[in-house]
Design a protein around this ligand. Structure first.
Ligand SMILES: [Zn+2]
Length: 193
């Protein structure tokens, strides 16, 4: 995750920006806060776990970390598939199958996921006031309904002075992650030298 965030920071959507909050929504929900000198690592090298913040939408759902009611429990790709299956009893393999089902609940579940991620982003922007928020990961491919819900929920949380916060989708393709891994490797080597 930190490698991906550094990639976006150096070469992707956050290029040339001072600070960036990177959020990835895929099989899990992760993130990183990138500063000019690198990513924020934290006292336990655990900073950036944006999937494990309390989420209204996650209700009392069990989370992968052992907790309950965390964002990842409702907003990850697998979590959205589970939520759809709970509502419809349809068997679906993945998020693309949920969307392809054409079921009315599909749109509702996609929107729910976007709202949950957006609320988290809005809250964190209020804390961190980053120059840009970059959102990536496979769930972004859920398309405009998901993104619209995300922007709506983030906007509802933002402090009045932060209403123009920039929230963008990650540049397409996986190049940023690879470039980030390379940049991270160089930094680690540099620290040891
Ligand atoms: Zn959790």
């Amino acid at each position: 995750m930190h490698a991906h965030a550094l990639g976006e920071s150096r070469y992707g959507a956050a290029r040339g920006r001072g600070t960036a909050l990177f959020v990835a929504v895929g099989t899990g929900v992760g993130g990183a806060f990138v500063l000019p000198g690198g990513t924020l690592t934290g006292a336990h090298a655990a900073a950036g776990h944006v999937g494990h913040v309390p989420s209204v939408q996650a209700r009392d759902l069990p989370c992968s970390c052992g907790g309950t009611g965390h964002l990842e429990a409702i907003a990850s790709g697998p979590a959205l598939v589970r939520e759809f299956a709970r509502r419809t009893t349809l068997e679906v393999a993945d998020l693309q199958a949920v969307i392809a089902s054409g079921d009315a609940e599909a749109a509702s579940v996609i929107r729910l996921g976007g709202l949950a991620v957006g609320a988290m982003i809005g809250g964190l922007v209020n804390v961190l006031d980053p120059d840009v928020v970059v959102v990536g990961g496979g769930v972004v491919n859920a398309g405009d309904p998901w993104w619209t819900a995300l922007i709506e929920a983030a906007g509802a949380e933002l402090l009045p002075s932060l209403r123009d916060a920039e929230i963008v989708r990650s540049a397409p393709g996986g190049d940023a992650a690879l470039l980030g891994a390379a940049a991270l490797a160089r930094e680690l080597v540099g620290e040891e030298a």
